[in-house]
Design a protein around this ligand. Structure first.
Ligand code: PHE
Length: 461
């Protein structure tokens, strides 16, 4: 058998994992979730979910992925099957493999169907910022016109997909790893430059609106608002943790499968979480909301919703000195962030074809291209964005938590907690404290069951 591809360098692996996690979730989704869920009220359950769900599930997925890779598998189906066999008969274990495999396939493809569109918007807006196309116009109308312009939408989305296809077609170490090594450092540089710009913004409109007010809105804990909407805000916060850390998608498993069998997962998993959270709460949190607070005022900023990044901010750039450059930088940042995440879902689907059905990677890449193009077409054609928001609500939160629950059931319970703990520590650079074990075995799954139950209840209520 041909040797399976592996990450060539440690730094490449960490950047690829960080690139996987750091995405539109950090710069587009986080600010608007935060704004629609009470700012400082949202941050409380957010950090609780980070600790009790984010970190444990991240470790579980890294461990599962490396375990699968050892047997030559990069997708959840065979991974779950192998692990469940530890306590089940092969036939029963197969059921878990099939459920996990189908869930991950649905998540990776449906998520891509709308996520790649938003990356396409970012490409378009980078171009429109450079040319100043929306300057002096009504930016809401401009956005509505853009998403109704099917030709433009498909062109920018298609172009993005072609570049994704080229990168994935080159393989893991020669493709993905090389691309992220260029894009991720640039992403950090852009984000830091933009943060400096944002936080030094006084308001040209009203002196009492400033970027700093936006930071206060995020960082001042607001227990009152939280207690009034406890369930809704907690669900949104936990959903965001899953989304931003790329959990419950199969893509952390897949990337971890390209590790060597004795490569560290404990410290690397934690590093992925830390790099992502830095990019989310520190960088992501200091951009869209503070900028919008300074230029649009608190009320407008909080109300902007899904459109914050694409409708509210262009309004700001056109009035800002150097706005064409800062605007282009912001949208190129979004494009890089989205691209280095999208490459992971794309690779997941290619790995399914390559390893589970044994078709050559090059051919697999273009088969996936056609599949994702057809799946994304209805999203591209629906200029009302209703279908897109619906997908984001279901796939972007509910399904992720569901797959996360299966992660624990299979990799911790069926594989057996002691085996799991041993596997997590193989080759580990750090020792996970033993009090963390009950969190992984009991608290995290209980938390997910409550979330799923609450979500279902909310829906039928
Ligand atoms: N963590 C990614 C993000 O924050 C989630 C994601 C990955 C979404 C891959 C789609 C595809 O954007």
């Amino acid at each position: 058998m041909e040797q399976r591809d592996q990450w060539a360098t440690k730094i490449g692996l960490i950047l690829a994992m960080a690139g996987n996690a750091i995405g539109l979730g950090n710069f587009w989704r986080f600010p608007y979730q935060l704004a629609s869920n009470g700012g400082g009220a949202f941050m409380i359950p957010y950090f609780i979910a980070l600790f009790f769900l984010g970190i444990p599930v991240m470790w579980i997925e890294w461990t599962t992925g490396r375990y699968g890779g050892k047997y030559g598998h990069g997708t959840i189906g065979p991974m779950f099957y192998l692990m469940a066999r530890e306590s089940l008969k092969p036939k029963t274990a197969l059921i878990f493999g099939i459920i996990g495999g189908m869930l991950a396939f649905s998540v990776a493809s449906l998520l891509s169907s709308y996520y790649y569109q938003i990356i396409g918007w970012s490409a378009a807006y980078t171009y429109y910022s450079l040319t100043g196309a929306y300057f002096g116009k009504d930016t809401v109308q401009f956005f509505v016109d853009y998403v109704s312009n099917t030709g433009a939408v498909i062109t920018f989305w298609g172009l993005t997909m072609v570049i994704l296809g080229i990168a994935v077609g080159q393989g893991v170490s020669k493709g993905i790893e090389r691309w992220v090594k260029v894009m991720m450092p640039l992403l950090y540089v852009f984000a830091i430059l933009l943060v400096i710009r944002a936080l030094t913004l006084g308001s040209p409109v009203k002196p009492e609106w400033s970027a700093i007010k936006g930071l206060e809105y995020i960082w001042k804990p607001n227990f009152e608002v939280l207690s009034q909407n406890f369930f809704k805000i907690s669900l949104a916060a936990a959903g965001q943790i899953f989304f931003t850390l790329s959990l419950g998608m199969g893509i952390i498993h897949n990337y971890a499968s390209y590790l060597g069998p004795e490569d560290d997962v404990a410290l690397s998993g934690l590093a992925t979480v830390s790099l992502n959270e830095f990019a989310e709460v520190i960088l992501g949190g200091s951009l869209a909301i503070p900028i919008a607070f300074a230029y649009l005022g608190p009320e407008q900023a909080v109300k902007s919703g899904v459109g914050l990044a694409y409708m509210a901010l262009p309004n700001v750039f056109m009035h800002m000195p150097g706005g064409q450059i800062f605007g282009a930088m912001w949208f190129l940042l979004l494009w890089f962030a989205g691209f280095t995440s999208a490459i992971a879902t794309y690779n997941y689907l290619v790995a399914m074809i390559e390893e589970d059905i044994h078709i050559d990677r090059k051919i697999g890449t273009w088969l996936v291209f056609i599949f994702l193009f057809l799946l994304g077409l209805p999203v591209a054609l629906d200029s009302s964005l209703v279908y897109l928001s619906e997908l984001d609500m279901w796939v972007g939160s509910y399904f992720l938590v569901l797959l996360g629950l299966f992660d624990v059931i299979v990799a911790v319970w069926l594989f057996k907690p002691d085996n799991f703990w041993e596997e997590l520590h193989k080759g580990a650079f750090i020792n996970v404290p033993s009090w963390f074990k009950p969190i992984m075995v009991f608290i995290a799954p209980l938390f997910m069951i409550i979330l799923l139950g609450g979500n279902t209840w909310d829906y039928y209520k």
